[in-house]
Design a protein around this ligand. Structure first.
Ligand code: C2E
Ligand code: CA
Ligand code: CA
Ligand code: CA
Length: 277
């Protein structure tokens, strides 16, 4: 059945123009992976900074290419976005996460909310809320157990539409987090009118906070502004104890990063972090 092996051929597709054969091949392979459940999800734990209690997971999609080995989402997510595959991929991730939560609940395991990344392109398609609702219904998921991570630029690009969409999502009971905060061009005062409950401080600020006074100052400013707007803060990419201590000192609420745990396959998550009620 799988006749996609063999040498690459240069294909001309009038829809795309000349494209490197390699990328067409990867596109076909990614499509195949989505349609045949060949992707999987790793879960990265998130913790309360005050008491180290597990408060959630972020779902991160993984692709183990049959010939190339693991491909980074930093590579195949942009490919999916360029080719339109992001819609089926995004839907697959959402269903997969809902199915996982359902099976944990069935097994009597205490579940924490799972954050799912949503591409701005998914948000632009007008059936997004419908797909979300369908997933929640199919797997009978308490909406509070799903959180969507949306980048600030996705919101700022089209303010009015975003407000409508985010309100509809919030209306379902699904929580919303602003991802990669600080990398875009929006101001917090602008974002405060949107129904976000959490703000994710981008890894780029956390990474250098020990050496770069500006980054440290930006983080403290973000935390205090977020607090005054009633938003929870989570810092991503925390790798050192010093970074963690800095975040505790400045009142950040939650952390996620290699210091605590890498993103892990579901079996390891169950063994290390989940227990029966
Ligand atoms: P992101 O949403 O900012 O996800 C966090 C990334 O930081 C993940 O990379 C995670 O593995 C990594 N990370 C977490 N803690 C640390 C740390 O302490 N140090 C370092 N150096 N890295 C850390 P990953 O899994 O490679 O994902 C990269 C990006 O791909 C994500 O960035 C997100 O934008 C995108 N992505 C991943 N899964 C999905 C998905 O299901 N849907 C969509 N639309 N995008 C996804
Ligand atoms: Ca994210
Ligand atoms: Ca992020
Ligand atoms: Ca990022």
């Amino acid at each position: 059945k799988d006749d996609m092996g063999g040498g690459a051929v240069t294909v001309y597709d009038p829809k795309y123009g000349e494209i490197a054969p390699q990328s067409l091949r990867m596109e076909a392979d990614l499509k195949h992976a989505i349609e045949n459940d060949k992707l999987h999800i790793h879960y990265q734990p998130q913790f309360n900074l005050e008491n180290d209690v597990l408060v959630g997971f972020e779902a991160l999609v993984r692709w183990n290419h049959p010939a190339e080995g693991p491909v980074s989402p930093g590579e195949f997510i942009p490919l999916a976005e360029e080719t339109g595959l992001i819609h089926s991929l995004g839907r697959w991730v959402l269903r997969q996460v809902c199915q996982q939560i359902h099976s944990w609940e069935q097994a009597g395991i205490s579940v924490v909310p799972v954050a799912v990344n949503v591409s701005s392109l998914q948000m632009k398609k007008n059936n997004f809320v419908h797909i979300l609702e369908e997933c929640l219904n199919e797997f009978q998921i308490t909406a509070q157990l799903i959180e969507l991570e949306i980048t600030e630029s996705a919101v700022m690009d089209r303010l009015e539409k975003s407000m409508e969409l985010l309100s509809a999502i919030r209306g379902l009971g699904v929580k919303l987090a602003i991802d990669d905060f600080g990398t875009g061009y929006s101001s917090l005062s602008y974002l405060k009118s949107f129904p976000f409950s959490k703000l994710k401080i981008d890894r780029s600020f956390v990474m250098d906070l020990e050496n770069d006074e500006n980054d440290a100052a930006i983080i403290t400013a973000i935390i205090s502004m977020a607090k005054s707007l009633g938003l929870k803060t989570i810092a991503e990419g925390v790798e050192t104890e010093l970074q963690k201590q800095f975040l505790i000192k400045h009142g950040c609420d939650e952390v996620q990063g290699f210091l605590m745990s890498r993103p892990l396959p579901v079996e390891a998550i169950e063994t290390n972090y989940l227990s029966s009620k």
